[in-house]
Design a protein around this ligand. Sequence first.
Ligand SMILES: Nc1nc2c(c(=O)[nH]1)N[C@H]1C(S)=C(S)[C@@H](COP(=O)(O)OP(=O)(O)OC[C@H]3O[C@@H](n4cnc5c(N)ncnc54)[C@H](O)[C@@H]3O)O[C@H]1N2
Ligand code: MOO
Length: 397
Amino acid sequence: MIDFDEAQKLLAEAVKPLAIERVALAEAFDRVLAEPVHAAISAPRRAVSAMDGYALRDSDAAIGATLRIAGESFAGGLLPPAIGPGQCLRIFTGAALPEGADRVIMQENCCAENGSMTIVAAYGPGWHVRPEASDFAQGDLLLQQGTLLTPRAMVTLAGADVDTALVYKRPRVAIIATGDELAPPGTARNNVLKIPESVSFGAAALAREYGASIEARFTGADELADLRRLADRALTLANVVVVTGGASVGERDFAKAMFDDQNLEMLFTKVAMKPGKPIWIGRAQGRWVVGLPGNPTSAMVTARLFLAPLLALLQGRAIGDAVNWLHLPITGQWPQRQTRTNFVRACMTDEGLVPTQNQDSGAQLPLQESDWLVRIDPEHDDASPEFFKFTAKALQF
Ligand SMILES: Nc1nc2c(c(=O)[nH]1)N[C@H]1C(S)=C(S)[C@@H](COP(=O)(O)OP(=O)(O)OC[C@H]3O[C@@H](n4cnc5c(N)ncnc54)[C@H](O)[C@@H]3O)O[C@H]1N2
Ligand code: MOO
């Protein structure tokens, strides 16, 4: 059994990114950039107005001043003529500022009549001008290689005036849920010996959240020959095969044995963590194989702490992009330190994080309310003994 940080380190060292591909901008959302992106143009391309109103020289601005309207400027319209002293230009948001003007007064503070404009109200301190390249300049590095293209990053990417993005291929994931007791959700009610197969739904959703495509979902009974066939099939379909259940020491725990014909090489088996001790990760036929414990809470904790970073690393990201601990305030009663690193499921309140009431690793209901994992190390090396009283390392679950 290795400790949690050691397991994370082994993973970070072992996983190499997948191949890259060029995709159209509209397909780039939620992918990871495989190249840095530089701005093809400046933004704004030239000084523009930030308001609808009148562009003028600041030296002409005064309440009661009347200026002749020398022309107009629309966003996307022709470049406006320069203005001289005593002149102004009708202007709209995003339109080019004329030569000679250095500020804009909102139309709410002006009155226009017979080709002239009079400033009728206090126009405030804002100059309402966006200078050329005040957002970014042509050639600037806008997005680093390894950036996840979030909805916000998509705006930056398109703003750089590029029409494609070089991105890492999506990891292809196949999931095999194992256990005689498992039935498709909606059918367990027909047989008292069955329970709904819930874990693969969470694992698949988490894998998608971290950029994977789900290629196949299988459920296998605890029959080694059948499971071997599923393992074989899954390895042909995916870069990452996730097996749930059968990770422990039971007589019918076949999760590892089902890959015996596939030269399964282990990166690690068993991590000193709670819940999720039986988690294992290996490689077979050049694919990654992740064994999640069957207990639903253990499965989701280990998926969050190992499957998510594995998928991030395959897409050229760092382990810390997926497992990013924050120091957050905590309150309420917390479990004592134990011999394994304890990942306590928690909820956020106004006073800080509180542990979710039911900490059973086999539970399903608390998963939906526990938005955080709080890490309680066996021996805390974080400065004072008071440390864990007020803050703790937490991760969005
Ligand atoms: N003697 C020991 N027993 C156990 C140990 C141990 O060290 N010694 N470890 C315990 C720990 S910790 C865990 S975690 C579990 C994990 O066991 P498995 O990975 O072998 O999981 P199963 O036995 O197959 O199932 C455990 C539990 O979860 C339910 N389950 C399984 N798969 C699903 C699914 N897809 N959807 C919903 N529920 C599922 C299953 O019915 C069991 O109740 O082992 C402990 N035992
Ligand atoms: O450690 Mo197991 O993961 O408690 O249920």
